[in-house]
Design a protein. Structure first.
Lengths: 121, 108
């Protein structure tokens, strides 16, 4: 079954770091980019960046530079998102979504179900 | 760059819903559309302005005119009630992704 399965909800203190995983199944992992988005309560989607699952290269949104790290483990078809120095503004549902290499444009045809991260003292 | 959507659109069952996405720098770029039901992940319903992924009903269609992209849902059903967001790959300053703020479609 083609799917992305994300890790469970996290509760973090301000200043801490979050670590979310996204496990792919049912397709060739390294033929895609994996993008990460987030959605704060009642807000629109916000893009954090992508990782090239073949090379491991990354491209982060300027807003998160220095605070975000995306990695992958091809042996288990899993992508990771790390975000440090958390504040309450980082409370959101975080989504992974794949983009096919060579698709000609950046759009996302498969999404994970989301991971809720709550940052609270 | 920004993508601007109306916060809400209302339509009666069986009628046609049109959701717009306006951006001052979308000329030459492709617009993609996602449906998001409450508590669920986004679902791609239109890509490259007007193409439909497999499994998406023909009732969903996309179009472009100048700086405005439009998602049209024909013969609206109760199950179409959801948030709809447009998205673009912005290359004007680096390479990044932007989303519209989303439009809540209410089926009356």
């Amino acid at each position: 079954q083609v799917q992305l399965v994300q890790s469970g909800a996290e509760v973090k203190k301000p200043g801490a770091s979050m670590h979310v995983s996204c496990k792919a199944s049912g397709y060739k992992f390294t033929l895609y980019y994996m993008h990460w988005m987030r959605q704060a309560p009642g807000q629109g989607l916000e893009w954090l960046g992508w990782i090239n699952l073949y090379t491991g290269g990354t491209n982060y949104a300027q807003k998160f530079q220095g605070r975000v790290t995306m990695t992958r483990d091809t042996s288990i078809s899993t992508t990771y998102l790390d975000l440090s120095s958390l504040t309450s503004d980082d409370s959101a549902v975080y989504y992974c979504a794949r983009q096919e290499m060579g698709s000609g444009d950046w759009f996302f045809d498969l999404w994970g179900r989301g991971t809720l991260v709550n940052v609270s003292s | 760059s920004e993508l601007t959507q109306p916060p809400s659109v209302s339509v009666a069952p069986g009628q046609t819903a049109r959701i717009t996405c306006v951006g001052n720098k979308i000329g030459g770029k492709s617009i993609h559309w996602y449906q998001q039901r409450p508590g669920q992940a986004p679902l791609l319903v239109v890509y490259n302005d007007r193409d439909r992924p497999s499994g998406i009903p023909e009732r969903f269609s996309g179009s472009r005119s100048g700086n405005t992209a439009t998602l049209t849902i024909s013969r609206v059903e109760a199950g179409d009630e959801a948030d709809y967001s447009c998205q673009m790959w912005d290359t004007t300053s680096g390479h990044h992704v932007i989303f519209g703020g989303g439009s809540k479609l209410t089926v009356l």
